[in-house]
Write a protein that binds this ligand. Structure first.
Ligand code: XMP
Length: 510
């Protein structure tokens, strides 16, 4: 049977993975591949259609990036978005004008011809558009189907060849009718059935993992977070007892977390679970280290070393499962994206690591991972647990991490999470936690002067961690948290609330 697949060629735009995700939401399997993927690899994947993404470069620039031109002759439907549209215009012989401004804006789209792509839409609606390059004349065989208030040529097609281009971004929420446009492409132009769902994804991963692993042993670093838990459960479904989970206590976990993990996976799921207590080792390596990136690297490296030691006690182990999800990859920098922060399960891996990686979730967004977790029967507390960074509280005790500071932070953090839960906000808030900065301030308690640390409360709403808004928590709730923290946690005399969104802030402080 021919499986439906839409390949998204990534030219570096911020939203490229979102395109694949929107396509998957429309029940067609889609994955993102680098723009310079080998033509033979594309052929081997046998895609039903291609989408060429946007990107930060100008097509006429010297360093413009290009894909193998043979893709334009594959006789499968192609949708070029922004940079992707310029690429196909250039290939087929149209004319492009480059402008220096590379700005995004909301613009009104006017439909001139209701082709299959724009079928069923109103004549005018607003779209999210980039003005960097504009097409002056379309190639032979193409027609202009829409213009916009900022560019005369905003959508084009060669309907015979099923090649379409749009200057705007149908994948983002700011574009009205974006989903309908993608739907039209998939179902009216490509004639796909759209019968894929996340359960198929589970079956495919189970199949892949079985084939890849054979009868070898696989190790998994279980942290109790959604990602590693779902990854472990998925691989466990594939290979059962060949999977050995190692739970490393790095001393950087939240309060109560160690017990939760052991009960869920060892007692309830009856998985092979090794508990490695490496708290002292992590803390001694972190002693005196202030730089966030260095801390992340150290935590990542010690983690892997502990793993290797545990693995060596278990005989020959060839694979390591990691719960890397898409946002970890993009933030650590792909070929076409710059590094924002190195995430410990991507950038911090030592070069001489001895395992091959299995990363079954690397293409997915967090909410897709949760659906998979539910389908695998994981308990709600795990599936709906808020994201927690691999380096744990190590990046929430700012600058040097000490045991004393960790204890303070754990208590304050437990209060924040408990109050969010009591207020019934757990599922509405993406993450809510406490941060301990390396400063002290003066306060007064029981008529005496105090000189102690503040706690910063961070709570954000988000869909995928790529952007986030500070959560508009009720004042009463903030007040309860602040009172409790100052009263119940020794060493804290002040509480502040972080009201920065992402961007320009990040969710974590380090
Ligand atoms: P930032 O702080 O970059 O975080 O806005 C985005 C999301 O990623 C989580 N995060 C991490 N997850 N390893 C992880 O597995 C890491 O090193 C790491 N750093 C940040 C963060 O909690 C948020 O959900």
């Amino acid at each position: 049977m021919n499986k439906e697949l839409v390949l998204v060629l990534d030219f570096g735009g911020q939203n490229n993975q979102l395109i694949a995700r929107r396509v998957r939401e429309l029940s067609v399997y889609s994955e993102v591949v680098p723009y310079d993927i080998k033509y033979e690899e594309i052929i081997a994947k046998n895609p039903s259609a291609l989408i060429l993404t946007g990107g930060p470069l100008n097509i006429m620039a010297e360093d413009a990036i290009k894909c193998d031109p043979r893709i334009f002759e594959m006789e499968i439907p192609i949708l070029g978005i922004c940079y992707g549209m310029q690429l196909l215009t250039e290939y087929f012989g149209g004319e492009i004008n480059t402008s220096i401004a590379n700005e995004y804006d909301i613009s009104d789209l006017n439909i001139l011809v209701k082709d299959k792509l724009l079928d069923g839409l109103e004549n005018e609606f607003s779209v999210w558009i980039n003005q960097s390059d504009s097409i002056i004349s379309v190639p032979e065989g193409f027609i202009v189907t829409a213009s916009s208030s900022s560019s005369k040529i905003a959508a084009i097609n060669d309907s015979k060849r099923k090649i379409y281009g749009v200057q705007f971004h149908p994948e983002v929420k700011h574009t009205n009718n974006g989903t309908q446009i993608l739907k039209n492409f998939l179902f009216k132009i490509c004639n796909l059935k759209g019968d894929w769902n996340l359960a198929d994804f589970i079956d495919e991963v189970v199949d892949d993992v079985r084939k890849k692993v054979g009868n070898k042993k696989v190790l998994c670093g279980l942290s109790g977070g959604v990602d590693s838990s779902v990854a472990a459960a998925l691989v466990h479904k594939a290979i059962g007892d060949q999977l050995i989970c190692v739970f490393v206590n790095n001393g950087l976990m939240r309060k109560g977390e160690i017990d939760d993990v052991v009960v869920t996976f060892k007692d309830k799921k009856e998985m092979n679970l090794v508990y490695a207590d490496a708290e002292e080792r992590f803390l001694s390596r972190l002693k005196g280290v202030n730089d966030p990136e260095t801390k992340r690297k150290i935590i990542g490296e010690v983690f892997i070393r502990v793993f290797e030691e545990e693995a060596s006690k278990l005989g020959q182990i060839d694979y390591l499962v990691q719960g890397t999800v898409y946002s970890d990859i993009i933030e650590s920098g792909t070929k076409t994206n710059q590094t924002i922060k190195s995430h410990h399960n991507v950038g911090g891996l030592p070069d001489d690591m001895q395992f091959d990686l299995i990363e079954p979730l690397r293409l997915l967004f967090k909410d897709e991972v949760r659906v998979i977790g539910e389908k695998l029967g994981l308990p709600e507390e795990i599936v709906w647990r808020q994201p927690f960074p691999g380096p744990g509280l190590g990046v929430r005790v700012l600058e040097e991490v000490t045991k004393e500071k960790l204890e303070i932070l754990k208590e304050a953090d437990a209060i924040v999470r408990e109050e969010i839960k009591n207020a019934g906000l757990n599922k509405d808030i993406w993450q809510a936690f406490a941060v301990l900065p390396p400063v002290r301030s003066v306060g007064v308690k029981d008529s005496a002067r105090t000189y102690a640390y503040p706690i910063i409360i961070r709570a954000v709403t988000s869909e995928d961690a790529m952007t986030a808004k500070w959560a508009r928590l009720p004042y009463e709730l903030l007040d309860t948290m602040a009172r409790r923290i100052v009263n119940e946690v020794d060493g804290i005399n002040r509480v502040a609330y972080d009201i920065t969104s992402k961007p320009p802030g990040t969710i974590e402080w380090e």
